[in-house]
Design a protein around this ligand. Structure first.
Ligand code: FES
Ligand code: FE
Length: 482
């Protein structure tokens, strides 16, 4: 296979970025971009410094004072709901000497007191005071001191933060993908709620690998998870109805994000939720969204850069149905901390029998479940090998060519209105890697731009004008370049 002309050959991070853009046109990419120290430092600035990054769900911050530690890239932010009900995301770094002022992962407080010298901040980020303020800081204008704050906005209860001052609003950033988020997180009239604390675990894999996998990689399932599929009892539940499962599978790729889903022919599938789900459906769903959900079996997708979704049907062996949000927190080159949230429709949050089954489904994809360790072993191996000097010196290309050009006659572009606004393909079984190309193209588009500049310390004050009650809804973020 010939390689695209790049006109570059020094192997540095800038060259690798440009080579990625050129190689992607041919469905390839330099393997050396995975677990690459130099690129990683740029990713923290150019991707995580620029993108809207998922921080949590509004149900985790239901009451004034609720807070939780969350990350944008490697930066520790504290998401809070202040006494007026507004959401914020503050960098956990005191404005005196930079000490971390929050020592718990989550909780409820009206103030944060820095453990170093005692400066104290309200949960809206403003400075409340400090020891010996009257004697030692006579000329200080405390109004000028407040915690560094990220821009913050929500969509369907999903809380996102952004460091850069300039950029698209959250709604613009989500683009056509909002149609799918509206379906997945606004399924019922009351929306989704997080149950319990999210799980976290660290592994030696590159965050891009898992973001790619969840964006629509069905191809790995029967190989990576073969043993798990053979040992789990899949013979009960709605899986039975899917004679040709997973033949009815689709990929919907917008300009930045990607989702895959499996559909049944049966319009009453509803992912195996208890039958009351039909009564609870959100009246704001369009007929197309409702039809798609009624036939849904499985959804899995990635909001670039590092939020993924997996929503699975009830099945005898696995439990379920269950909805999960994953976040792939970068923790160094080739290292990722995964956070996994379990969500259910609020209307079903009191149904013990449903919760038991749903929890079992969620746990099937956790480090203690049958399938997670399969993936982690593979992903860690990718990280290990992709950091090889051999790949760098030989300029080795990985392959994402499924579904391109003459690779497969099976890939069919869909214009059936049941699908949302995106480039939708029916991929038979496993014949399209458009999802992977979409996610990596998003990476390339951000990495090729210079690191974003900020005007210093004003980010959250603009975002703070957004009224984040139960849900901010759409819009509200700063407008600017796209
Ligand atoms: Fe926080 Fe000194 S570093 S009070
Ligand atoms: Fe997997």
């Amino acid at each position: 296979m010939s390689r695209p002309e790049t006109g570059t050959d020094d192997g540095g991070p800038s060259e690798l970025i440009e080579q990625t853009g050129a190689a992607l046109d041919e469905g390839q990419y330099p393997l050396a971009i995975t677990n690459n120290r130099d690129l990683y430092e740029l990713e923290l600035r150019r991707v995580f410094g620029r993108a809207w990054v998922y921080l949590g769900h509004v149900s985790e911050f239901a009451e004034p004072g609720d807070y939780a530690r969350r990350y944008i890239g490697e930066d520790p932010f504290i998401v809070t709901r202040d006494e007026n009900g507004e959401l914020h995301a503050f960098l956990d770094s005191c404005m005196h000497r930079g000490a971390q002022f929050c020592t718990a992962e989550s909780g409820n407080t009206s103030h944060f007191r820095c453990p170093y010298h005692g400066w104290t901040y309200k949960n809206d980020g403003s400075l409340q005071g400090m020891p010996h303020m009257a004697e030692a800081y006579q000329d200080l204008d405390e109004e000028e001191i407040s915690l560094e704050e990220a821009h913050l906005d929500t969509h369907q209860g999903l809380v996102f933060g952004r460091i850069a001052d300039e950029g698209p609003s959250l709604r613009e950033y989500l683009g056509d993908f909002a149609w799918y988020l509206d379906l997945l997180f606004g399924t019922t009239a009351e929306g989704m709620t997080v149950v319990g604390e999210p799980h976290r675990w660290e592994s030696d894999h590159d965050w891009k690998t898992s973001a790619d996998n969840f964006s629509g990689d069905s191809y790995h399932v029967l190989t990576t998870h073969q043993a798990g599929l053979e040992t789990e009892n899949l013979s009960r539940g709605p899986w039975e109805e899917l004679d040709d499962f997973p033949g009815a599978s689709y990929l919907a790729c917008t300009d930045r994000h990607s989702i895959g889903y499996y559909l049944s022919e049966d319009e009453g599938t509803f992912m195996g939720y208890p039958e009351e789900i039909e009564e609870y459906l959100n009246p704001d769903l369009s007929d197309e969204q409702r039809d798609l959900f009624s036939r849904s079996v499985f959804h899995f997708g990635t909001v670039f850069p590092n939020m993924s979704i997996i929503h699975g049907i009830q099945s005898g062996g696995w439990g379920g149905p269950w909805a999960c949000i994953r976040k792939w927190n970068p923790r160094g080159p080739g290292t990722t901390e995964t956070t996994s949230w379990w969500l259910v429709p609020k209307e079903l949050a009191g149904d013990e029998s449903f919760l038991e089954d749903s929890h079992r489904g969620w746990e099937s994809l956790s480090p203690g479940g049958a399938f997670e360790s399969d993936d982690l072993t593979i992903w860690e191996g990718i990280s290990d090998s992709s950091g090889a000097v051999t790949h760098e010196l030989r300029d080795t290309r990985g392959n994402m060519q499924q579904g391109m050009g003459a690779m497969s006659d099976e890939v069919e572009t869909m214009d059936d209105p049941i699908h949302g606004p995106a480039e939708v393909t029916s991929k038979g079984l496993y014949f399209d890697e458009r999802n992977s190309r979409t996610i990596l193209r998003s990476w390339y588009e951000m990495m090729r731009e210079e690191t974003p500049a900020t005007d210093g310390g004003t980010a959250g004050r603009a975002a703070g004008e957004v009224d984040c009650g139960a849900d901010c809804g759409t819009g509200g973020g700063p407008e600017g370049e796209t």
